[in-house]
Design a protein around this ligand. Structure first.
Ligand SMILES: C[C@H](CCC(=O)NCCS(=O)(=O)O)[C@H]1CC[C@H]2[C@@H]3[C@H](O)C[C@@H]4C[C@H](O)CC[C@]4(C)[C@H]3C[C@H](O)[C@]12C
Length: 325
């Protein structure tokens, strides 16, 4: 499972938890403006916006899991097994494979409004990257520095684009179902509850935090969706970049998966392999990993963006502990 969010606090921060039982060997990868993006069915992009994000580089091609471009548009692919459906090539549409979808949008669009424009003609086609790397069943969160986000889901009934007023995406069910389910949790609050149970009887509070007592805490995608909506809606804005980044990671780590809790095969556990977040105004990409909770960062501004060579940054996986004596 995974969780992706857009946190607005002056600047906007976009990224995700990647939850899985195995690592693909992903790195932080900068794609500069003149790297040639070849597409299977669409014309190549020789010049485009520069992109920074988490990717697996295969045959000199960046298979992005999530990322953002220099204009502050971000995009993340999350598992959507079951409802996800991809189509045959349609000559009347723009045919893009799911593995090409992030470069296709981030390479060309400045914001969500421009992305929506491209999505009008889009057909997500069933074309594998290779026999070894088959298509993944995904849906996507796309967000920009104005604080807006949308969800893209390709199902048997076609391509759906939803405005996302809560700026959170997890996995199943389909996005409208996630929103409907929020109705069950409207009484959740940071405040102590009012007594609607027996208003004529005085019921005391034995604990702080009783307003969130019924908040779901499971590893499943519906529980994480509700918990993350609550966490993000009430997250304070910081007074500095460091405070904002700290708040942002608290939001994501609220729904991270610890090893041992989500068994997907005998003695095999899904866990949060990494959490990342990009300041969509500055292009600074921050991340933590399961092994290393220190926040590491790679800046798009510090890179030479006017060339055609991918710049990979291997993840820092060594835990960093400050000894004080
Ligand atoms: C599995 C990842 C999503 C995390 C997630 O939701 N896991 C939950 C699994 S489950 O529901 O609980 O079973 C997704 C996100 C991005 C995906 C990768 C990217 O799409 C890039 C390429 C695309 C290729 O077609 C397949 C390999 C791949 C390298 C993908 C592998 C995998 O499907 C990734 C890593």
């Amino acid at each position: 499972m995974c969780t992706s969010i857009l946190y607005t606090a002056g600047d906007c921060y976009f990224g995700r938890n990647l939850d899985l039982e195995v690592s693909f060997g992903q790195e932080v990868v900068i794609t500069p403006r003149d790297y040639r993006f070849n597409f299977r069915q669409m014309p190549a992009l020789d010049h485009h916006y520069a992109i920074i994000g988490m990717a697996l580089v295969q045959d000199n091609y960046p298979l992005y899991f999530d990322g953002a471009n220099e204009e502050g548009l971000g995009m993340a692919g999350l598992n959507f097994a079951g409802p996800a459906h991809y189509f045959p090539v349609d000559d009347h549409k723009d045919n893009v494979s799911p593995f090409e979808f992030i470069p296709y949008i981030l390479g060309q669009c400045k914001n969500v409004v421009e992305a929506k424009q491209l999505l009008k003609k889009l057909n997500l086609v069933k074309i594998n990257f290779s026999d070894h790397l088959q298509l993944s069943p995904l849906h996507w969160l796309i967000a920009d520095r104005s604080g807006k986000s949308i969800v893209v889901e390709s199902t048997v009934s076609g391509l759906h684009v939803y405005d996302n007023s809560v700026n959170v995406l997890t996995n199943n069910p389909e996005f409208p179902g996630q929103l409907t389910n929020l109705a069950n949790y409207q009484s959740i609050s940071p405040e102590q509850p009012t007594n609607g149970l027996a208003p004529n009887i005085k019921i005391g509070f034995y604990s702080r935090g009783l307003g969130s007592r019924m908040l779901p805490g499971g590893m499943d995608s519906q529980s994480r969706f509700v918990k993350e909506v609550f966490t993000l809606q009430h997250a304070p804005a910081g007074a500095s970049e460091v405070e904002n980044v700290t708040n942002y990671f608290h939001c994501l780590h609220a729904v991270e998966q610890q090893k041992g809790l989500d068994e997907v095969a005998p003695n095999t556990f899904e866990h949060t392999i990494y959490s990342d977040g990009i300041n969509l105004s500055t292009g600074t990409f921050y991340y933590t990993t399961y092994a290393n909770h220190q926040i590491n960062a790679v800046s798009l501004q510090h890179a030479d963006l006017n060339n055609n060579t991918l710049a990979p940054f291997p993840l820092r996986e060594q835990q960093s502990i400050n000894m004080q004596n």
